[in-house]
Write a protein that binds this ligand. Structure first.
Ligand code: COA
Length: 191
């Protein structure tokens, strides 16, 4: 039986891409969570605690691991392959897997930005998702102002499909989001 047809916990793979590794969350990633808890955006679009404490940070890490048992999806840490230093996170969420769809979300700590690391991680996660999850569509959502994110999506081969008005409540306000996707095309593979 395929993994996605069962009620067993999902199994997070270890992926490598260029100088990066995508792996599971570990308790010693706490420093990463502490740093991004002060980011102006990340606590608003994730459950990273804005009010950081060791307990809240460890609870966040445990929640990411629990997404395997709840079968919500795969929460990867993006780390340097050389020393395992954590740079950020990327999640592949499979709530709509029965309809052939998954979605992806991502963030980096500020010191890891500006060198295209997320393009590499997004390409690796998308390739793995199409190869192993049996999906035909992978989507992501980006606010209009977030050029670094939508440019990352485009560099990783995602296509902008439109603007979804009042799509998500972020920081107490309803925000429009661009929807991007990559699809599996018969005979062509992911496009
Ligand atoms: C989005 C994010 C992951 C991108 O990180 P990154 O891999 O370091 O991205 P880079 O800074 O290398 O930029 C990627 C591309 O976007 C371009 N870019 C950066 N800022 C941009 C802007 N304001 N408008 C348009 N393009 C922009 C870069 O020039 C680069 O393209 P290029 O290689 O063709 O020059 C990172 O900025 C982040 O974690 N932000 C906070 C969390 C977040 O926004 N998550 C996504 C929510 S949808």
């Amino acid at each position: 039986m395929a993994e996605n047809d069962s009620f067993d916990p999902l199994v997070l793979p270890r992926l490598t891409a260029e100088d990066l590794v995508l792996r599971g969350f570990q308790d010693d990633d706490l420093d990463l969570i502490h740093e991004v808890s002060t980011d102006p955006l990340i606590p608003l679009i994730t459950t990273v605690p804005a009010d950081f404490s060791e307990q809240a940070g460890l609870a966040f890490i445990q929640r990411q691991r629990d997404r395997l048992t709840s079968r919500e999806g795969y929460a990867f840490v993006i780390a340097n392959a050389s020393d395992d230093h954590p740079l950020g996170a990327i999640g592949v969420w499979i709530r709509d897997i029965a309809r052939g769809r998954a979605s992806v979300g991502y963030w980096l700590r500020s010191s890891a930005r500006g060198r295209g690391a997320m393009t590499v991680a997004l390409l690796a996660a998308s390739e793995w998702a199409f190869e192993t999850l049996g999906i035909v569509r992978l989507e992501l959502y980006v606010e209009e102002w977030n050029g670094a994110s939508w440019r990352t999506a485009e560099k990783a081969g995602f296509i902008r499909e439109g603007l979804l008005r009042n799509w998500e409540r972020i920081g107490g306000e309803w925000k429009a989001m661009y929807v991007y996707s990559k699809i599996l095309a018969v005979g062509l593979g992911p496009i």
